[in-house]
Ligand binder design. Structure first.
Ligand SMILES: [Zn+2]
Ligand SMILES: [Zn+2]
Length: 702
């Protein structure tokens, strides 16, 4: 699917007077901001709380003279309940005409307006670490792609705990670079990765839904090994779960090779024969990730349905069943009462009916503000305690008794203020046609304001928003190792030879793919969508975008030396999904290397580093070559090059060894990796034990 570019919405100039904290100072400021009409009052208050100057009070309520009641960040607007008559028919269902097909489950029928909304995938900035999150479905389901260390791949007996995040991958919208990309890569997301670099994907969703995600690597399902052909008919076992459920699955680190064990996702070039796609399908064409997302219906009920029998008795019907399954016949009338729902107040709630019809003519929305009634209390200490309810300031120890008493009184007063809930705005609007949609928030993504472009690759969120957004990498956090991105001013000609990387299998990790706890009818299959994640090598990525990809990942030795922990999840292997029938046969990068090295050691030659097999570094014999000398194409490992006191020494040595052309520079082409059998045997780092709490990992012990 194509990711949308920056949206343009109708905006309005909002003006709010701010009151000075100095008593009798009437030199009041005005807070002015251009905002979309959809801006919720809670996000307006969030902006106010971070941008009102220290010298002025932040409003407690805002209202519009003669038009609206006071609203604040907790105001909710009720959507009235309604009763509709639905007629059972044998023909097709029609939601707008209230006709339901006799074999249409109620839950699916009642969510019809919602099901016609496509899932929208957007990239939003992660202000806490200047990298990017892939965000799906408004502000709810997020996928974060984490860089990590490649765990040792010494054979089948060694299974490791989960490595930390070494920073998230930045992601770019492929649509922005479509004209510079080959066909088939022009939609979705671009992600630069080093050859032999490992990664994992974190999932999170805090909203009103669950999500079903099929993670595919080059068209091969990472859980079941099933193959998705272009016709989208999956040649896998239909009776086995081949997806993960979020919330419930916090992350996925690799392909499921046996219950409770995955092999790390490791990037390798297509055409090398290493990828999972190549080993399972015999072809290496797609590469990257394809992620299919199916949201559930909202967990909140779409209301109640019942019939009235000939005896006049009301009989409740079950939502997950069809009319036919519950004894209804063609022509029967079923009653549907919509649930009592609320929506968040937004700027439109300050408009009159006429204004709401022609938003463009509103001009400036002049709002009134109310403040904490104790704002002008002369004793600052008492005032501070009086505001205790609002801002959680602890009472001071040295208060005199009298002051404490006064403070108590004031505290009670302010408690009343705190509990005061404003009356809802009287409305004569037609009730909403589709109550199922009422739970949808129109709030712009956090950190987004109309003047910012959410998909810009160099976007940094303004400082004032950074403190309010929690770090999604809360656990499994490690050092960020990335170079700042530098964009070229002009785009060069369309690059040739852009090839995607695919995903191969690395070392084994303990990871359970959790079973789906939900009944099958909750999934809204009509809203299924797929996002493609195209992986490019750093060179290819720079050729396309003019942006320098983040630096090479760290080695396992550096990871151990830095004492970065690994993570052990408390999880139930029994009942875990992913039998490994197909994926258990996939050879790891290490075992492929072993075969390739034995074959190539006989005939050592110089070749393209992209598709040729691995090469032992001829200096140390410990590591594989990951760097190449230009233009002679002699290969070494980076460690040897840096040990040689810099590139110049290597270039000199290269010349001594009889290079006919003068070496110019050294280029890295892969993440560091040891020769098979020379990998670290014991990974001695702290182990953090995690447990899953409501879909979120929590640390229990170190
Ligand atoms: Zn070496
Ligand atoms: Zn050379």
């Amino acid at each position: 699917m194509q990711l949308p570019l920056a949206p343009s919405e109708p905006t309005v100039k909002v003006s709010i007077p701010l009151r000075s904290k100095i008593p009798y100072d009437y030199d009041n400021l005005e807070w002015i901001m251009d905002l979309p009409f959809d801006t919720t009052i809670s996000s307006l208050f969030l902006m106010l709380s971070t941008s009102v100057p220290e010298s002025h009070f932040s409003p407690y309520h805002i209202s519009r003279y003669n038009v609206s009641q006071p609203l604040n960040n907790e105001s909710k607007i009720p959507i009235p309940q309604q009763i509709h008559n639905l007629t059972v028919v044998s023909g097709p269902s029609s939601f707008s005409s209230h006709l339901i097909n006799i074999s249409h489950p109620f839950i699916s029928f009642l969510h019809t307006p919602l099901s016609s909304n496509p899932v929208v995938a957007t990239l939003i900035p992660n202000p806490t670490c200047s990298d990017t999150i892939l965000l799906c479905f408004d502000n709810d389901l997020t996928l974060t792609f984490h860089r990590t260390v490649r765990m040792p791949d010494n054979g089948d007996d060694q299974i490791h705990d989960l490595p930390a995040s070494c920073g998230a991958f930045r992601l770019w919208n492929a649509t922005e670079w479509a004209e510079r990309l080959p066909a088939g890569m022009q939609e979705g997301v671009l992600m630069p990765m080093w050859r032999r670099e490992a990664m994992w994907i974190a999932f999170s969703a805090d909203g009103e839904r669950s999500y079903k995600l099929r993670v595919m690597v080059g068209g091969v399902n990472a859980v079941s090994g099933g193959v998705v052909t272009d016709g989208e008919n999956e040649q896998g076992k239909q009776d086995q779960q081949d997806y993960v459920v979020v919330p419930g699955q916090p992350w996925i680190d690799g392909i499921a090779v046996e219950p409770g064990v995955v092999r790390q996702f490791v990037a390798m070039p297509l055409g090398s024969g290493y990828t999972v796609e190549g080993q399972v399908t015999g072809k290496e064409k797609k590469g990257g990730f394809q992620i299919e997302i199916i949201p559930s219906y909202p967990h909140a009920s779409p209301g109640t349905v019942w019939v009235v029998g000939t005896d006049g008795e009301r009989k409740e019907l079950e939502l997950e069943k069809t009319p036919e399954e519950q004894g209804c016949k063609e022509g029967d009338v079923v009653y549907w009462q919509t649930p009592l729902t609320f929506r968040e107040a937004n700027l439109r709630d300050f408009l009159t009916e006429e204004e709401a019809e022609s938003e463009a003519e509103v001009g400036v929305l002049k709002l009134e503000a109310e403040y904490d009634p104790r704002s002008f209390e002369p004793s600052s200490r008492i005032r501070r305690r009086a505001r205790h309810y609002f801002c959680d300031i602890e009472p001071e120890e040295d208060d005199t008794e009298m002051e404490a008493e006064q403070a108590m009184e004031l505290e009670e007063d302010s408690f009343l203020v705190g509990n005061y809930s404003p009356p809802f705005r009287a409305t004569s609007e037609e009730p909403s046609e589709c109550p199922a949609q009422s739970g949808l928030s129109n709030a712009p993504p956090v950190g987004f304001s109309p003047n910012m472009t959410p998909v810009s690759p160099v976007y940094e969120a303004p400082e004032e928003f950074q403190q309010v957004i929690h770090d999604r990498r809360q656990y499994r956090q490690g050092p960020v190792k990335a170079q700042p991105a530098a964009a070229l001013s002009a785009k060069p000609a369309k690059p040739a030879n852009i090839k995607a990387l695919g995903l191969a299998a690395g070392g084994k990790l303990h990871q359970v793919i959790n079973p789906d706890p939900h009944p099958p009818y909750i999934w809204d299959n009509a809203r299924k969508c797929t996002v493609n994640i195209h992986i490019l090598s750093p060179e290819n990525f720079e050729e396309v975008t003019g942006i320098v990809a983040p630096g090479c990942p760290i080695t396992m030795e550096e990871y151990v030396r830095a004492g970065i922990p690994v993570y052990e999840m408390a999880e139930e292997v029994v009942g875990g999904v992913g039998t490994g029938e197909v994926l258990g046969q996939v050879k790891s990068v290490g075992s492929m290397d072993k075969v390739m090295l034995n074959r190539d050691d006989a005939a050592q030659g110089l070749a393209d580093e992209d598709t040729a097999g691995p090469r032992r570094c001829r200096r140390c014999e410990e590591r594989l070559c990951d760097s190449v000398v230009r233009p002679c194409n002699h290969q070494f490992c980076w460690e040897c090059i840096t040990k040689e006191k810099g590139e110049e020494e290597v270039l000199r040595r290269c010349l001594q060894e009889g290079c006919r052309v003068v070496p110019i520079r050294v280029a890295r082409f892969a993440a560091p990796m040891n020769v098979p059998g020379k990998e670290m045997k014991e990974v001695n780092v702290p182990v953090v034990k995690l447990t899953l709490n409501g879909g979120k990992p929590m640390a229990v012990a170190v």
